[in-house]
Write a new protein. Structure first.
Ligand code: NAD
Length: 288
C-alpha cells in the first residue's frame, strides 16, 4: 500500500485522514495548527514538520485546504521542490478549475501525476466515509487513486481531464446554495404564517421538494443550530469560483449572483463563520 501524506486537517481533512488510517494506510500528516495533528497521532498517524517533509516521506500526497492560493502555495511553492517523479498528488479542496489546471501542468512537467478531486457530502459524509468525489485528470492517475478515494468516499466519478472535477464541484455548489436559499424562504414563509415548521419539513421530505439540503439544513434552520458544518465564508469562496468560472465561459448565472449577495449580507453581519444554514437568519430582519 502507498504511504499517504495528508495536508489540511480541518472539518473535512481530519475525518478523511482518519478513514485512511482505518483502511490500513500509513498516513503522514501536516496542518497549520497543531491540535488536529496531535489528535491524529493518537490514532497512529506520523507527524510531519512541513509540506516538504510530507512529500519526502510519502508516495501520494492529498491536500484538503481552504482556497486556491492555499493549495498553490503548499503544492507549487512548498511541496513541489522536494517531490519526486512518479508521485501522485490529489487535491480534494474546492478551488478554481483554472488553478487546478495550472497545478496539473506544473506537476506533469516534473513527471508527477495529479488529480483534482473535490468532494461533496459535508462533515457528515467525511466522517462516515460516504463522500461523493468528482475527479479531473488522467485515467491512469484515477485508477491509481481509486482505492485510496474509496477509503473516504462512495460515489467516485472520473469526470474528465484536469479541472473537470472542480467544474463539477462548482455546479454542485450552485445547486446547494440555491437550495439552501429556497429552504430558508419556505421555512420563513411557514413560520410567519404560523404553521408548524417540523411538520412542514416532514411533509416536504416525502414529496417532490425532497432534498438532502431540506433534510440536513432544514433541521438546522428549525433548531437554530448553526455550528458548522460548512461555513458561509467557505460557501462564499465557492460562489466566487462559480461566478469567476461563469465569466470565463460567458454564462450569466442569475440565481447564483443573487444568493452570493445574500451571503455577502450574512458576512457583513458577522455570520461568516456560521453554518450556511444561517442564511435563514437574514430573512428575519426583512420581515416581521
Ligand atoms: P477548514 O477551515 O475546517 O480546514 C482547513 C484546514 O487547513 C485547517 O485545519 C487549517 O489549519 C489548514 N490550513 C490552512 N492553511 C494551511 C496551510 N498553509 N498549511 C497547512 N494547513 C493549512 O475547512 P474545511 O471545511 O475542512 O474545508 C476544506 C476544503 O474542503 C475547502 O476547500 C472547502 O471548500 C472544501 N469542502 C468543505 C466541506 C464542508 O462541509 N466543510 C464540504 C465539501 C468541501
Amino acid at each position: 500500500m502507498d504511504t499517504i501524506g495528508f495536508i489540511g486537517l480541518g472539518i473535512m481533512g481530519k475525518p478523511m485522514a482518519q478513514n485512511l488510517l482505518k483502511a490500513g494506510y500509513t498516513v503522514v500528516v501536516y496542518n497549520r495548527s497543531r491540535a488536529a495533528m496531535e489528535a491524529l497521532a493518537a490514532e497512529g498517524a506520523v507527524l510531519a514538520v512541513s509540506p516538504q517533509d510530507v512529500t519526502q516521506q510519502t508516495d501520494v500526497v492529498i491536500t484538503c485546504l481552504p482556497d486556491s492560493p492555499d493549495v498553490e502555495a503548499i503544492v507549487l511553492d512548498q511541496a513541489l521542490p522536494s517531490a519526486r517523479s512518479g508521485m501522485l498528488f490529489i487535491d480534494m479542496s474546492t478551488i478554481a478549475p483554472a488553478s487546478a489546471r495550472k497545478i496539473y501542468v506544473a506537476l506533469k512537467a516534473k513527471g508527477i501525476q495529479s488529480l483534482d478531486a473535490p468532494v461533496s457530502g459535508g462533515d457528515i459524509g467525511a466522517q462516515q466515509g460516504t463522500l461523493s468525489v468528482m475527479v479531473g485528470g488522467d485515467a491512469a492517475a484515477f485508477q491509481r487513486a481509486l482505492p485510496i478515494l474509496q477509503a473516504m468516499g462512495k460515489n467516485i466519478v472520473h469526470i474528465g481531464e484536469a479541472g473537470a472535477g472542480q467544474v463539477t464541484k462548482a455546479c454542485n455548489q450552485i445547486v446547494v446554495a440555491l437550495t439552501v436559499q429556497a429552504v430558508a424562504e419556505a421555512l420563513t414563509l411557514a413560520q410567519k404564517s404560523g404553521v408548524d415548521l417540523t411538520k412542514v419539513r416532514e411533509a416536504l421530505l416525502g414529496g417532490f421538494a425532497q432534498s438532502r439540503v431540506l433534510e440536513v439544513h432544514g433541521k438546522r434552520m428549525i433548531e437554530g443550530s448553526f455550528q458548522p458544518g460548512f461555513t458561509i465564508d467557505l460557501h462564499r469562496k465557492d460562489m466566487n469560483i462559480v461566478l469567476q468560472t461563469a465569466r470565463e465561459v460567458h454564462v450569466p448565472l442569475l440565481g447564483s449572483s443573487q444568493v452570493t449577495t445574500l451571503m455577502d449580507g450574512a458576512i457583513a453581519q458577522g455570520k461568516g463563520n456560521l453554518d450556511n444554514a444561517a442564511l435563514i437568519t437574514l430573512y428575519d430582519g426583512l420581515s416581521h
